[in-house]
Design a protein around this ligand. Sequence first.
Ligand SMILES: NC(=O)c1ccc[n+]([C@@H]2O[C@H](COP(=O)([O-])OP(=O)(O)OC[C@H]3O[C@@H](n4cnc5c(N)ncnc54)[C@H](O)[C@@H]3O)[C@@H](O)[C@H]2O)c1
Length: 342
Amino acid sequence: METIQIQGETASSRILIGESLRNLVDYVPQNRCVIITDANVRNYYQRQFPPFPVIEIGMGEKIKTLDTVQSIYEQLMDYELDRSSFLVGIGGGIVCDITGYVASTYLRGIGFGYVATSLLAQVDASVGGKTGVNYRGFKNMIGTFNQPQFVICDLGLLQTLPEDERWCGFAEIIKHAAIADPDLFAFLESNVDKALELDREAIEKLVSDSIKIKARIVNEDEKEKGERRKLNFGHTFGHALQKVAGVNHGAGVSAGMVIASEFSVKTGLFDKPSHERLRSLIAKYKLPLEVSAKNEDLLEAIRMDKKRQDLNIQFVFLKAIGQAVVQKMGLDELNKLMRKEL
Ligand SMILES: NC(=O)c1ccc[n+]([C@@H]2O[C@H](COP(=O)([O-])OP(=O)(O)OC[C@H]3O[C@@H](n4cnc5c(N)ncnc54)[C@H](O)[C@@H]3O)[C@@H](O)[C@H]2O)c1
């Protein structure tokens, strides 16, 4: 087992790679605990859960709302949870984001931890302390920065993850490699089959390297004032495509990375062969290179993006494979880039 530490402003978090869900009870403080999970994860793994009450939430982005949060608050009150209580989210990114938000706000904050069960949750959503829910159809509009006490990444749980959900995780691993690690990028290129088959050694390296990249960035800039913005590579258009075209996170982010990479070439920051390398890697991991949507709908979704400052957005460009740069850009400039041929 490997442990990676995140040091937040107010709390620290231990990410345990290769630990087992069966040992969860060892990490939970000796007071009252409630588990939050979804129906899929519960069906597969409830037998491995410690004997704590379980709150089951629905599935899909549509349930990542304040209504779900409210229904959890009500159940926590029925269980008479007090401030010494603890919550554990066992699930993918949606369960983790909601559990973290509920734990951050219930009784002004109680302790919490995650067992990340999807690849996306292991390499991204469970790491770094962003919690939140969608509001009025916009992604993660309401949320907190708050570190879980621990994150268990049980690699064995990935075996039951549906194939299209695995691809979502690979999109974020490719993102981490593209912005920060040329060696990881090369490893992804030369180990496609092993990675897609979830070969234990390959997947352990991919999860571990990804978490190290994210942990390094979060340790430097927990509240996303600078360096952490690089983790949004592909996400400006990714979130807009999710909203406008209704695709999942992985598809949105991969097509979003292709757009951001194209813009990097158009602005002269990134060379075309490297852009083609990124496109080819994304395609090898069976992720979409484009998602069809109208430019004006995308711009409107981006205009509403929570990262917008006045009429500007912080856009993440690539300078090289493994090197990203964040630049402030006006929406009019973005519009021009969208229309300009490569
Ligand atoms: N907080 C952050 O920093 C951050 C970062 C990236 C993404 N996110 C959020 O993460 C969410 C997406 O997460 P996700 O892709 O994990 O989606 P998800 O939580 O919807 O999980 C995907 C599906 O896989 C199922 N599943 C999960 N683990 C399983 C397992 N081991 N076996 C079988 N089925 C399993 C779930 O039931 C669900 O149906 C988005 O809402 C996104 O905004 C948050």
